[in-house]
Design a binder for this molecule. Structure first.
Ligand code: CU1
Length: 146
């Protein structure tokens, strides 16, 4: 009996550890995020993503950002972003498909974004990606509300 209670407690605690509200995400001079998936606690009032570029290359050559959309919108937002250009952080202006996004950063720079997940649906699949031209096909991961 006690063992069962303990096991349940451990389960509860561990699920709490994995579900977070704040994330540290690193990028560098490769097309890679330091995380391939993110699990966000449904109880988070706000989610904060701190993005750090640990590489050397400037934003114009190897810039990265962190953009969140539904799975279905990734391709279209990435394409519209390329057309928007670096000054617009490779993102279409005032686009409702973008749930959250940081600016584009280069080596040695950091940025962050905070947003509410109140409107997001835990049964829907979301994707985070980098909208720098050519990066989104490999620089992406799943974003889940649990
Ligand atoms: Cu990138």
């Amino acid at each position: 009996m006690t063992k069962t209670v303990l096991a349940l407690l451990c389960l509860l605690l561990s699920s709490h550890v994995f579900a977070q509200c704040d994330f540290e995400v690193e990028v560098g001079d490769k097309l890679q995020f330091s995380v391939s998936s993110m699990e966000v606690d449904a109880g988070c009032e706000n989610v904060t993503v701190n993005l750090k570029h640990t590489g050397q290359l400037p934003a114009a050559a190897m810039g990265h950002n962190w953009v969140l959309t539904t799975d279905a919108d990734v391709q279209a937002v990435a394409s519209a972003g390329i057309a928007a250009g670096l000054e617009a952080n490779y993102l279409p202006a005032q686009d409702d498909r973008i749930i959250a996004a940081t600016k584009i950063i280069g080596g040695g720079e950091s940025t962050s974004v905070s947003f509410s997940i109140a409107e997001l649906d835990s049964s829907q699949a979301y994707t985070f990606f980098c909208s720098f031209p050519g990066h989104s096909s490999v620089m992406k991961g799943t974003f889940k509300i649990i």
